[in-house]
Design a protein around this ligand. Structure first.
Ligand code: FAD
Length: 471
């Protein structure tokens, strides 16, 4: 442990209880309590545009018992605690707004059990989705939820994450069967069983999913797994305009075609991907498509989607023929956020997402596009449109307050548009610091119920304070 006051790079403790809490913590965890400026800075921000806010210390935990010990210690000292997975969240979820202790769960990275016959597994929260899939590779099974970043499963549950596969497999809400959670008072609970369904009381699993670390620390997850499909085919299809591309998606969903992925990118986003990934996708609105299942089912679905695409003026399907070509296609799609940032090197991005009922998707994207055309800021559009979800990366100069204000205006305007269309201000990135005002607008009176739950479980507001609720 290093003394922050002895290092010119380290500011004084931010939280009044930090000194005493860290002294006790260091007695228990030794070198695993880290006070260095660089480690605290790394843990004081995610991938959002919000300013870094340093915790007073970072503790690297290795077991549930250790998490419970840290939680109880923080409770005794009345000092806040922020759980941390990989720090890839996009709405200011990990900033330590009051200082306090950041609990890094990345060393709890064991796959504890895989039960192929039940198609489920139990993992520690620091396992990343990529590591889980590498572990499962030889077993004919995979875990489908795929945010573009190397995120941890604990973090993904906490933000109720999804990704390109959600249109077929759902989100973290649908694939987490049960969790072990350390509550703010140090109690360790299990929220469910391995049964695929249950009518047993309040659904605490889903209460914790999307709680953004404000109700407890997830220390174990039991997850559904899925068989690797027999055949997978992926293609890109270009459209003359944005409305045609999105209308085609809506038609596929209304026809009940079970695509495994159907992703939209507007012209600006495709151009950014081409420049960043050295790809040659047609620079017009495109759909990235993937079909998966038995060979017969895949052929049948391709034929339906091809005729729908024709109807909406789509060009031919440009197939990714080999597994490697398919991997490259989805890698390029997953790079969309980084590619968008490069349209103005040196600038920052405000990433934002909304989700609307599928029947309102064309209107929502078209109105958003119109508003963006009138704005000086570039903001490529990309989306998991099969389930009504799309994203903007609003690129702005962080040193120019006028540009920051414009980025925030566009973000809020998008959120309000989605709400007016019966949707949500965030389909998958969550609330964090960035969307607290919109959450209040979205849920109305239900916000008080959320506050009541928070107050009952965490009466001293120690678990990731400042998130979800405006003061
Ligand atoms: C390039 C890029 C692409 C992305 N694409 C997508 C996408 O397609 N879909 C999507 O949903 N997201 C996407 N994201 C956002 C991000 O990957 C997700 O929000 C992810 O779920 C965060 O996981 P994490 O491990 O990084 O969590 P962190 O950022 O470390 O934490 C997120 C929140 O969870 C809490 N937390 C972390 N671990 C625990 C735990 N064990 N117990 C309790 N609380 C915990 C934290 O306190 C925080 O509130 C993307 C991000 C990037 C950078």
């Amino acid at each position: 442990m290093t003394d922050p006051s002895s290092s010119p790079a380290s500011p004084a403790y931010r939280h009044p209880a930090a000194e005493a809490a860290i002294a006790e913590l260091s007695g228990l965890f030794g070198e695993r309590v880290v006070l260095s400026q660089s480690v605290r800075a790394h843990h004081g921000h995610g991938e959002s545009f919000h300013a870094t806010q340093l915790p007073d210390a970072v503790v690297f935990v290795e077991s549930t018992a250790e998490v419970a010990e840290v939680v109880r210690l923080c409770g005794r000292h009345r000092i806040p605690l922020v759980p941390f997975g990989a720090g890839s969240s996009m709405e200011g979820q990990v900033q330590a707004v009051e200082g306090g202790i950041c609990v890094d769960l990345s060393r709890m990275d064991k796959v504890l059990a895989v039960r192929a016959e039940d198609m489920d597994c139990t993992v520690q929260p620091g396992v990343t989705r990529q590591a889980l899939n590498a572990f499962l590779r030889d077993q004919g099974l995979f875990f489908p939820i795929d945010p573009g970043a190397e995120a941890t499963l604990g973090g993904m549950a906490s933000t109720r994450a999804s990704g390109t596969n959600a249109v077929r497999y759902g989100t973290m809400r649908d694939v987490v069967l049960a969790m072990e959670v350390v509550l703010p008072d140090g109690r360790i609970i299990r929220t469910g069983s391995r049964a695929r369904k249950s009518s047993a009381g309040y659904d605490l699993t889903r209460l914790m999913i999307g709680a953004e670390g404000t109700l407890g620390v997830i220390t174990e997850l039991t997850l559904r797994l899925f068989p690797i499909p027999e055949k997978v085919a992926a293609a890109v299809c270009a459209f003359p305009d944005l409305e045609s591309a999105v209308s085609c998606v809506v038609a596929t969903q209304q026809c009940g075609v079970t695509m495994s992925r159907i992703e939209f990118a507007d012209t600006a986003q495709v151009a950014a991907i081409n420049a960043y990934c050295k790809t040659r996708f047609p620079e017009s609105p495109v759909l990235f498509l993937e079909f998966a299942g038995s060979p017969q089912a895949v052929e049948a679905e391709i034929s339906i989607v091809r005729s729908l695409a024709d109807e909406f003026g789509g060009g031919g399907f440009d197939w990714a023929e080999t597994e490697e070509a398919r991997r490259e296609l989805w890698h390029a799609r997953h790079m969309a956020a980084y590619a968008a940032l490069q349209v103005r090197p040196g600038c920052k991005g405000l990433p934002t997402d909304v989700c609307v009922p599928i029947s309102r998707l064309v209107d929502c994207i078209a109105e958003t596009h119109k508003e963006l055309e009138a704005s000086p800021l570039p903001a490529p559009i990309v989306g998991h449109v099969g389930d009504g979800n799309f994203h903007l990366m609003i690129v702005f100069n962080p040193d120019d307050p006028v540009e920051l204000a414009e980025a925030e205006r566009l973000d809020r305007s998008l959120g309000l548009r989605a709400l007016a269309m019966g949707g949500t201000c965030t389909g998958e990135h969550g609330i964090g610091l960035g969307k607290r005002g919109l959450l209040a607008r979205e849920v109305g009176e239900a916000l008080e119920v959320m506050r009541t739950i928070k107050g009952a479980l965490d009466p001293f507001n120690l678990m990731n304070p400042g998130k979800l609720f405006l003061e």
